[in-house]
Design a protein around this ligand. Structure first.
Ligand code: ADP
Length: 489
């Protein structure tokens, strides 16, 4: 099999690091082989990026021309939607329908930031002197290190590349080791859309080698990261030493709350999707479920029945809901959490095993699993499992519920299911999380900011203001009636 090239400073070339593979998690076959980037590739990409964003032809390019590139990328993604969906599914095992949704969202993200960059400008602060005016302007930061995880690569890559390019920066993308393919494909599309060489590089490889060298490079002036909380914390330390800014989208252990007046059908469907879509491999997975005791029995019966209907299988088949987990090692980690839950006194209501279907034995499949009988103190309620495992806790006192829902190092998202919107708003207000979904879950909008409280992150992605996260503000004072300042006379 021919090895894939990587994209370094506008050139397609063999990486100079170790050999690595992209494997299809559905049966572990090798989809592509490539050599990862090494430290020389990092150096070349950063130097090319620094030159490219400073080039007068790029710096003087009006924002509406930068927008044109993003619009072309968006159109190219839409033209090649089937190919990209297939690639995303092969690379990370996400079921076809979900992968397709992500590809469409990447096209929408590129289009959105094209629009934002067309209309985004500086400010004219109020004048405080008649002979002076001031301008508040925004300029690119420079070279951005974008580091992304394996769970939704096309969406997370585009959420970083699009605003960074719209703002006039250069981006070096370090995709997760397990999923390099879609990031390299995106580079191809940006090149085809006319992005000048050097403004985007894609450096697959190990986080601890390629990612680390990239973020420590003195010419890298911002880190935009999505991934685990521990890695995010390490990157924040490096950024603090360099005095550069970060945007960190980290882990979660999101509570979903079903109040006693909830529409059971609506809530059961929403909770099922909220935890089991993407096999729970989502930072926003609704993995801690609090159910009012008054409706616990009928609600759990309906949720269990719906979960039993989920089709586990090859994610390339359109009707499949539950595909494989990303790697055998990750499935092992999920299994360890389930064993720990049992050891701590939990009982398995559903799942808890590797599916027995002989056709699934080569892949990293795991049954959607529901665990009961634990309190919020259990390790599976406190730690992020990142798998198809839901822990359910009954409640009857709302004040205690709020304390328990907030008793987490994380604060990414929460769900509330109730017909009483006044109560829902009060509850939403009391939860220490960055996103609250009321009578819905795990829906997104590129025009609405997203990010975490507490150890779930720093900064916000999406929304008009997110463009400014990739810019630095500069003030310009203009004398309107210049006179010598006779101070020294
Ligand atoms: P996950 O558990 O989702 O894989 P990680 O935080 O380990 O989360 O990985 C997310 C991204 O961060 C990946 O691209 C990974 O290679 C990268 N990464 C991991 N460790 C480091 C590091 N020390 N420095 C820079 N990037 C890293």
């Amino acid at each position: 099999m021919k090895k894939l090239d990587i994209f370094v400073g506008g050139k397609w070339q063999q990486g100079r690091g170790n050999e690595m593979h992209s494997r299809f998690p559905g049966d572990q076959h090798i989809v592509a082989t490539l050599n990862s980037a090494n430290l020389e590739d990092v150096e070349d990409a950063v130097l090319a990026a620094d030159k490219a964003w400073r080039a007068p032809s790029w710096r003087s390019q009006p924002s509406h021309q930068r927008a044109t590139i993003l619009l072309k990328v968006s159109a190219l993604i839409e033209e090649r939607i089937d190919e990209l969906t297939h690639l995303q599914t092969l690379d990370n095992g996400k079921p076809w329908a979900e992968a397709r949704g992500l590809v469409m969202s990447a096209a929408a993200t590129a289009r959105y930031f094209a629009a934002v960059c067309e209309v985004s400008g500086g400010e004219l602060p109020p004048r405080r002197q008649s002979d002076m005016m001031t301008l508040s302007t925004y300029q690119p930061v420079g070279v951005i290190a974008a580091i992304t995880p394996w769970n939704s690569p096309i969406a997370s890559d585009m959420q970083k590349i699009a605003p960074a390019i719209a703002a006039g920066n250069a981006v070096i993308l370090k995709p997760a080791e397990a999923t390099p393919l879609i990031s390299l494909k995106l580079a191809e599309l940006f090149e085809q859309a006319g992005l000048p060489a050097g403004l985007l590089s894609v450096l697959p490889g190990k986080g601890s080698i390629v990612g680390d060298a990239l973020v420590r490079h003195p010419l890298v002036r911002k880190i935009s990261f999505t991934g685990g909380t521990n890695t995010g914390r390490q990157l924040a330390h490096i950024a603090a030493d360099k005095l550069i800014t970060t945007s960190l989208e980290l882990g979660g252990k999101s509570p979903t709350i079903v109040l006693e007046d909830a529409d059971i059908e609506l809530a059961a469907h929403g909770v099922c999707y909220g935890i089991f879509s993407s096999m729970g491999q989502a930072c926003i997975a609704g993995s801690r479920l609090f159910v009012a005791k008054a409706i616990y029995k009928p609600f759990m019966e309906r949720l269990t029945a719906l979960t039993q209907q989920l089709i586990i299988g090859d994610p390339r088949q359109e009707r499949v809901h539950i595909g494989p987990l990303i790697t055998p090692a990750h499935r092992e980690s999920v299994i360890r959490y389930v064993t720990q839950a049992i050891n701590e006194g939990g009982t398995i209501r559903l799942g808890g095993e590797i599916p027995s279907d002989p056709s699934l034995q080569e892949g990293n499949y795991y049954q959607p699993t529901i665990i009961e009988g634990l309190t919020n103190q259990a390790s599976v309620c406190q730690e992020e499992i990142f798998g198809p495992v839901l822990v359910v806790i009954p409640f009857d006192d709302e004040a205690e519920l709020i304390d328990e829902a907030n008793d987490s190092i994380y604060g990414l998202a929460a769900g509330i299911w109730t017909k009483d919107y006044t109560r829902a708003f009060k509850l939403a207000d009391a939860l220490d999380v960055g996103t609250v979904w009321i009578n819905t879950y795990k829906v997104f909008s590129i025009s609405t900011p997203f990010g975490g409280f507490k150890e779930s992150g720093l900064g916000r992605e999406k929304g008009i203001e997110s463009l400014k996260a990739y810019m630095q503000q500069k003030s310009i004072f203009l004398a309107l009636n210049p006179q010598p300042n006779r101070w020294c006379e």
